[in-house]
Ligand binder design. Structure first.
Ligand code: PMP
Length: 306
């Protein structure tokens, strides 16, 4: 159970971390957040925050869109997070949720002249989605928000209405997850995960300019594809019809880790089972996040001093 939050400049009991019903973000969704994971290594007796710098960089970039400034540097945000996790004494995998919100208490819809606040809390998370059933995915009737509407590359609170519409439609239609297309019909991403497919041994993912979140796991997978698995990795627009021809496909993200896709719109992807690339990406993800790969240890922030 979560005991603490960082709120209004200090670590307080979670029960004392409140926002008012007059909070701007509560009304209009004008806020931005991060979703970070820390992984417990039993062997090292250590809790590792995965790519904290990159997550906070994206958060601070998202805040830029919203003209929000909470006055903390990336390094300070990492230190606050580590302190919070230490205070919780977590010895298990946890999800960390920092949020920057606007709290003006007046009825105005604008970005400028606002009071910007920061809250961070963490909570335990279970194992990754079990992949022996590869996911059943449906192409959504909803379209991904466009950069000219709400920048999808940032993690902006209100954008998640778009994600929720797609996710609920998919689940109500009997799928596990949605694949959302851009307004011009190219594959963008899932409700809260990035998309990869494999065709003829080439690892392909939509470019950020197809309205996808600048995913940290996505960035890691691209690097692993090239440098650990010697694959050709291409960032290019993906047509819907290619989904039906892919040899393999998977989602990736902080929440899902790496999750293989077995079907799209009721058609099998490859043989419908977890493909070899998804399998080896997931294996490497688990190793890297728990500090078992020396060259990627620089991505990890150890929480406890030794
Ligand atoms: N796309 C969306 C819309 C998301 O919410 C997430 C989860 N943060 C992702 C992709 C995956 O990004 P990351 O790997 O940084 O968690």
């Amino acid at each position: 159970m979560t005991k603490y939050a960082f709120h209004n400049g200090s670590i307080v009991p979670i029960a004392d971390a409140h926002v008012s019903i007059t909070c701007t973000t509560f009304h209009y969704g004008i806020g931005c957040f991060a979703g970070i994971r820390a992984f417990w290594s039993e062997k090292d007796e250590q809790l590792y925050i995965f790519r904290a710098y990159d997550h906070y960089k994206r958060l601070l970039n998202s805040a830029k869109f919203l003209m929000s400034d909470v006055g903390y540097s990336n390094a300070e945000l990492i230190e606050i997070t580590a302190e919070l996790l230490r205070k919780e004494e977590w010895r298990q995998n946890v999800y960390i949720r920092p949020i920057i919100y606007k709290d003006d208490g007046v009825f105005r819809v604008q970005l400028h002249d606002s009071t910007d606040k920061l809250a961070i809390y963490s909570q335990p998370v279970g194992a990754y989605i079990k992949a022996d059933g590869a996911l059943k995915v449906g192409v959504s009737s909803w379209r991904r928000v466009d950069d000219n509407a709400i920048p999808a590359r940032g993690k902006i609170s209100g954008t998640y209405i778009n994600s929720a519409l797609a996710k609920t439609e998919a689940v109500k239609n009997g799928y596990d997850e949605a694949l959302v297309l851009t307004d011009d019909g190219h594959v963008s991403e899932a409700s809260a995960a990035n998309f990869f497919m494999v065709r003829d041994g080439v690892l392909i993912t939509p470019p950020i300019t197809d309205n996808v979140l600048e995913g940290i796991t996505r960035k890691s997978i691209i690097e692993w594809g090239r440098s650990d698995f010697g694959m050709e990795v291409v960032e290019r627009s993906i047509d819907r019809s290619e989904l039906y021809l892919a040899d393999e496909a998977f989602f990736c993200g902080t929440g899902v880790g790496v999750a293989a896709i077995g079907q799209v719109d009721g058609r099998l992807v490859g043989d419908g089972k977890v493909g070899p690339t998804s399998e080896k990406m997931l294996a490497l993800y688990q190793k890297v996040t728990t500090g078992q790969v020396e060259k990627y240890k620089q991505w990890l922030t150890p929480v406890y001093s030794k």
